[in-house]
Design a protein. Structure first.
Length: 133
């Protein structure tokens, strides 16, 4: 793992949350996109080398909707940048981590992603991210 790629924050209203984080970070949302595979709309902000991903559920079946219903809005996951997602998935599986998907899938911001079960990492949902280009 090379670095923290971003911190994901679950929100009920991406427009309202975007305005809050734009003021907080003194920057603007640079990208909004839908991620059908996760049932979310995402918005990205950048402050220096750090990125924040806001996640608004697009349906009641979305894992983010379930997260908000159970825990409320807040930090949803920490994403790590990896060079080779398949190799990293294999390594972590051998180390005893439970992966939530067997193959990388399409994620936001032109990434391939895989999630690790929070029970494997002290209650924190971990996302592995590899740029597609």
């Amino acid at each position: 793992m090379r670095k923290i790629e971003h911190i994901g924050i679950a929100v009920k209203d991406i427009a309202a949350a975007g305005m809050i984080y734009e003021k907080l970070l003194n920057t603007t949302v640079y990208k909004i996109e839908a991620v059908a595979s996760e049932g979310v709309k995402t918005a990205f902000l950048k402050s220096g080398p750090n990125k924040i991903e806001l996640l608004e559920p697009s349906s009641v079946d979305s894992p983010v909707h379930k997260f908000i219903e159970k825990r409320g809005e807040g930090i949803h996951h920490i994403a790590f940048d990896v060079e080779d997602i398949v190799a990293e998935m294999e390594r972590l599986k051998k180390e005893g981590f439970v992966l939530l998907n067997d193959q990388p899938k399409e994620g936001a911001d032109n990434k391939l992603v895989c999630f690790l079960h929070p029970k494997s990492a002290n209650g924190v949902l971990i996302e592995l991210c590899q740029s597609k280009f």
